[in-house]
Structures are given as C-alpha cells and as structure tokens.
Design a protein around this ligand. Structure first.
Ligand code: 13P
Ligand code: SF4
Length: 302
C-alpha cells in the first residue's frame, strides 16, 4: 500500500488529524491536514472536532496546544524536537526581575517553555507581537526571549519602555546582511521578505517583515519574479507549491535541525499507536493558559 494511502487509512481508523508547521519536511507538509505558522496552529487545533491530533512541530508549539486543549490528546511524534531559544530564559532570573519590577508587564513569545509562560502576563507570536505589546496597560514591558523580535517590536511602539531579554534563534540569527547582499547582486529586482527573528541589520534590508504565514501571503500578492526569503529554507516547499511562477532564494540556506527530527516513520508510528501523548503539569498549565488565551483572543496584526 502506498504510504499516503496507509496514512489516510490510519487517520480514519484512529480519528486523527495531522497538523504541521511550515518548517516540517515537504513530505509531512504534503500529507498534513493543516500546515501553518505558530499562531495558525494554536488556533486550528482548538477548532478541530477530533480527540487525536498528531502535531508535527517543536515542543513549545505542542505544549501550547496541550494547555489550550485539555480535552484532546496531542501526540508529538518526536518529543526531542525542541526549540533552543525557548530554553534561554533562566527561571530564577525571571522571578527576580518580576519582584524588582512589579509594574512591568511580561510579554513572552510563544517560543518559551511552560514555566516562562506561567510567569507571563500575555504571550504573542511573530504574527501579532506588536499588537500584543501595544495592548498591555502598563507603560513598561519586558519582552522575552528573542532580542531580534524585541528590537522589531520597539520600532512600532513609542509610548512604552521595553526591556528585552538576550535570547535568539541561531537559525535566523545566522542569516547575515552579506548573504542578502550577495543575492541582491545576482537578483537586483528581488523582493526581500524576512522573519522578525532575523538580525536587525537583515530586517533593515527587508521590504516586508512577516511570520511564516505572512511570508506566504506576501508571496501570493507579490509580482516579483525573484524573492529573497529570510527564514528556514523548508518554507520554500509551500512557497513553490502555493505561490508558483517565481524563484525563491534563501540567504545563508538556514535549517532548523529540530524541526527535521520528525520523520515520516515517526509520524506513522504515532498514527498507528496514538503515542506519545504529551502531558503538561496541571499546576503550571493553569497558570500558562491565561497568557496563551489572551494571545489567541487578540488575533493577528500589527
Ligand atoms: P512562525 O510563528 O512565524 O511560524 O515562527 C515560528 C518559529 O519558530 C520561527 O522560527
Ligand atoms: Fe526555534 Fe529557531 Fe527552530 Fe524556530 S527556527 S523552532 S525559533 S530554533
């Protein structure tokens, strides 16, 4: 039986749905029922009318789905697929900061572990970070953990003092202005669209700064023949499929190794056995749910 047919059969037999992030390998994207960015995935899982969700992404995305959907079994085909940036918040340091700055709102990127979320006032994704920071009542904000996204937010929020944590995503931070410059020499008419996790110097070179879903939306609208895309290179799979007729160039050829830890074989094992179901400590989940719910309620936008 062809792999695709086997997956379809297992999905039906076990009443399961597959959701996948835009950085998953092409084969997984192709058989997933829904492919999206962090915000889209968080919303989609809540809308699904099934009890088994196979989540192909990294741990912080899966944990958020578990916390927001206690009635569903969220299955992660490879729990070792983690996000290094999400671990860049020292809990004692954050507790100390909160004590010393009681009037400061803590805004955490979803790329954080559950302990950090539980100590936060509100979460955000790359698709609504500016809107979320603008929404908080306080005049002072701590944004964590991505210093590059923090720098990007600061460009749009003038009436708040923003402290920024020193975290970063190695995959995006390694995209250098020289990589973009080299591509622009070859394709001077190219449109440059980058993810806000990129270095501010790369952001300065961009025509548009978007989440992964926003990058796809922009590509569909753009008339450019060449696009320079500052994000993980697997994004090219969806771009070529859903916004064809252009060439996509990835400066520095960035790869997120953790996203690649999920394979077709592991996904099929999860579909067959409906495991491993991910659990989050209930005491932490209760505290982390509020900031996540507030993020979803705010929606996308700048
Ligand atoms: P998006 O929410 O834009 O898909 O980003 C998630 C991520 O981990 C980017 O590195
Ligand atoms: Fe984390 Fe970076 Fe991978 Fe996104 S690309 S999951 S931020 S390591």
């Amino acid at each position: 039986m062809a792999l695709k047919d086997k997956i379809e059969e297992l999905k039906e037999k076990n009443h399961a749905v597959i959701v996948a992030h835009n950085y998953q390998i092409g084969a997984i994207q192709d058989i997933a029922d829904y492919v999206g960015d962090s915000f889209g995935l968080a919303k989609k899982v809540a809308e699904l009318d099934v009890s088994n969700v196979i989540f192909c992404g990294v741990d912080f995305m899966v944990d958020s789905a578990v916390i927001l959907n206690p009635d569903k079994d969220i299955i992660h085909p490879e729990p070792k697929a983690t996000c290094p940036m999400a671990k860049m918040v020292d809990q004692e340091e954050l507790e100390r900061y909160r004590k010393e700055n009681p009037d400061t709102s803590v805004v955490s990127y979803v790329n954080t572990n559950v302990e950090t979320k539980a100590k936060s006032d509100i979460c955000c994704t790359s698709s609504n970070a500016v809107k979320v920071v603008k929404s908080v009542d306080s005049t002072k904000v701590l944004f964590l953990p991505d210093r590059n996204l923090g720098d990007y937010i600061k460009r749009f929020v003038e009436d708040k003092e923003i402290d920024i944590w020193e975290g970063f995503c190695g995959t995006h931070d390694n995209i250098k202005p020289s990589h973009v410059k080299d591509l622009l020499k070859k394709f001077p008419e190219a449109e440059v669209v980058v993810h806000p996790e990129c270095d501010p110097k790369v952001v300065d070179m961009a025509d548009h700064v978007e989440s992964t879903a926003g990058i796809l939306k922009r590509a569909k609208q753009s008339r450019a023949k060449h696009m320079i895309i500052g994000t993980e290179r697997e994004m090219g799979h969806r771009l070529k499929k859903e916004a064809p007729g252009k060439e996509y160039h990835f400066p520095g050829n960035p790869v997120c190794q953790n996203m690649k830890k999920i394979t077709m074989e592991k996904m099929i094992h999860s579909l067959e056995n409906l495991e491993p179901v991910i659990k989050v400590d209930e005491n932490i989940a209760i505290k982390a749910k509020k900031p996540l719910q507030r993020m979803v309620e705010i929606g996308r936008g700048k």
